[in-house]
Design a binder for this molecule. Sequence first.
Ligand code: ZN
Length: 378
Amino acid sequence: MQKNKRMCSRCVLDTTVPEIKFDDKGACNYCKIHDELEKKYPNDKNGQKKLREIVEKIKRDGKNKKYDCIIGVSGGRDSTYTLYMAKKLGLRPLAVHFDNGWNSEIAVNNIKNITNKLGIDLYTHVADWEEFKDLQISFLKASVPDAEVPTDYAIISVLYKLAAQEGVNYFIVGHSFRTEGTSPIGWTYMDGRYIKNIHKTFGKIKSIKSFPILSATEIAYYTFIKKIREVRILEYMDYNRKEVNALLERQFDWKYYGGHHHESIYTQFFQSYYLIKKFNIDKRKKDYSAMVRSGQMNRKEAIKLINKPYPVDEQIVNYTINKLGLSKAEFEKIMQEQPKSFQDYPNYYNYIQTFKFPIKIGCKLNLFPKILELKYLN
Ligand SMILES: [Zn+2]
């Protein structure tokens, strides 16, 4: 454990976040981001009005099309609830699942149940296992804490591509800053250039063909030419995890998998073992901080919970190493390697800083999510 660890006076993030800053009241920059997001995405009457306007626009733009929006689903709580709410609001979504080979059975059943019961079409994009494995191992060998971004970024890439293919202008992601918070950059950084470079340096397979990893130019093409927008409907809602769990279990036979994002076996290994042991990063701090800020958890309770060790399932760790085809020695070497950060590899971070003003304007015009500005440009 780090010595002289300092914790935010409002949430439970601390100096294990490399870029954390505190104001004169001792509150951190991620609490400040939360307050900015509260202004942009209110969940009161104002928020309801904003959401109604967004939904009406999605319906108008989707008229005479088979679907009016695309929703990424993982089988987890947030995306399942997003699908449910989208249908309730009268949208006509196509559900999209990215299968990277790590789904738990619970997640697969959750997806099947909800799409069947709501009568929503499901498209599953299956990544070639050898390719995906090669990319995952590359990230482990690169010794960065971003070993889960291949999945996160591939999902976004698939959503853009599919939206363009279906002629749909909106994809909806089930994210809420009130329950998930914002991932600190030093804990999770992703962009297409970064991912491609890591793969080029450490991968064995030359190029990935079974799933897209979009470059900035491609994202610009989908944003400005194809006019595809990311929408986060949960951010306008009074979204309470406990209540949502109960509703999904009752109505859709939905099952909880025991930890945030543990619907994927790799994520479970990654959060409970890899990040903690190698980088001293405990992602529970991000989630609990979000819930403390939004009044869904008491700060004392959150501190008590993070002081307990993150539960590790040795079987999951062994299963992961075996499935990746790594020998014990290879895995040990990965664990012993000096930790690095995204800044040790080529990426778009400096470009984002250079294009600060156009990006800020883009966020104002809702071309990009506000978080892009708050997270990368402050
Ligand atoms: Zn804070």
